[in-house]
Design a protein around this ligand. Structure first.
Ligand code: HEM
Ligand code: HEM
Length: 193
C-alpha cells in the first residue's frame, strides 16, 4: 500500500489521518460529556488534563493532515449525480471545520475560564485570551454544541458511505478502509470496463 493516494484509492497517510482523527474526536467528545459529571477530585483533574491533551493532539494532526492533503492527490469521484458530489464535498469541508473548531473552542474556553494548559505534562501552552467569566459560558456552550453538530453531520457522512457500499456497491468506502481492496469500477452504463 503506497503512502500517497492514486487514481484508485486513498493512500495510507490519508487513511491513517482519517481513522485516527475519527476515533480520537469521537472518543474525546464522549469522554468530555462523561467527565463533566464527575464529582470534584484529583482524578477529575487528571481526566480533564487527558481530555485537553488528546484534543490538542487532534489539533496538531489536523494541521499535518491538511498539509499532507495539499501535497497529495485525491482519487477522482466515483460516477454519480452532480448533487451527490456537491453534497459529499460540502460535508467533507464541514467535517474538516469541526476537527479544527472543536479543539480551538476548547482551548478558547479553557483560556477564558483561567484553567492551566499542558500537553501530557510535557510542556505548557499559553492562554489564547485573558480570563473572562461571562464569555466563558458562551465558549463552553459553543464547545459543547459543536460536538453535537459534528454528530449530526456525521450521520449524513456515514449514511452516505454505507449507501455507496451496500446499494451502489462502488469503491467509495472500500478505498478509505485501512485494508480495503478496491474492485474494478463499473462504467456509467453499469457494465464493467
Ligand atoms: C468524526 C469522524 C469522521 C470525520 C471527522 C471524517 C472526516 C472525513 C473527511 C474530512 C473526509 C474527506 C477526505 C478528504 O477529502 O481529504 C472523509 C472521507 C471519507 N470518510 Fe470520513 N470522517 C469520519 C468518520 C467516518 C466514518 C465512521 C466512516 C465510515 C463509515 C467514514 C467514511 C469515509 C469515506 C468512505 C470517505 C471517502 C469519501 C470519498 O472517497 O469520496 N468517515 N471523512
Ligand atoms: C477534539 C477535540 C475535543 C472534543 C471533541 C471535545 C468535546 C468536549 C465535550 C463534548 C465536552 C462536554 C461539554 C459539557 O457537557 O459541558 C467537553 C468539555 C470540556 N472540554 Fe473539550 N473537546 C475537545 C478538545 C478540548 C481541548 C483541546 C480543550 C482545552 C484545551 C478542551 C477543554 C474542555 C474543558 C475544560 C471541558 C469541561 C467543561 C466543563 O467543565 O463543564 N476540550 N469537551
Amino acid at each position: 500500500m503506497s503512502l500517497r493516494s492514486n487514481d484508485r484509492q486513498w493512500g495510507s497517510m490519508v487513511k491513517f489521518f482519517h481513522w485516527i482523527v475519527a476515533l480520537g474526536i469521537l472518543g474525546n467528545g464522549v469522554w468530555g460529556l462523561l467527565m463533566t459529571d464527575m464529582s470534584p477530585s484529583m482524578s477529575k483533574i487528571s481526566v480533564y488534563a487527558l481530555h485537553k491533551s488528546i484534543g490538542l493532539t487532534i489539533l496538531a494532526l489536523f494541521v499535518l493532515r491538511v498539509a499532507w492533503r495539499l501535497f497529495d492527490r485525491a482519487p477522482p469521484d466515483e460516477p454519480g449525480p452532480l448533487w451527490q458530489r456537491i453534497a459529499a464535498h460540502t460535508t467533507h469541508v464541514l467535517l474538516y471545520a469541526f476537527v479544527l473548531a472543536l479543539p480551538l473552542s476548547g482551548w478558547w474556553y479553557n483560556s477564558l475560564h483561567g484553567y492551566p494548559l499542558q500537553w501530557f505534562k510535557l510542556f505548557n501552552l499559553p492562554a489564547l485570551t485573558a480570563k473572562n467569566d461571562e464569555l466563558s459560558q458562551t465558549a463552553h456552550a459553543i464547545h459543547e454544541y459543536l460536538f453535537y453538530f459534528l454528530l449530526l453531520v456525521l450521520v449524513g457522512h456515514v449514511g452516505a458511505a454505507l449507501k455507496h457500499h451496500v446499494f451502489d456497491q462502488d469503491n467509495v468506502l472500500r478505498r478509505m478502509l485501512p485494508f480495503g481492496r478496491v474492485r474494478q469500477s463499473k462504467s456509467p452504463s453499469g457494465e464493467l470496463p
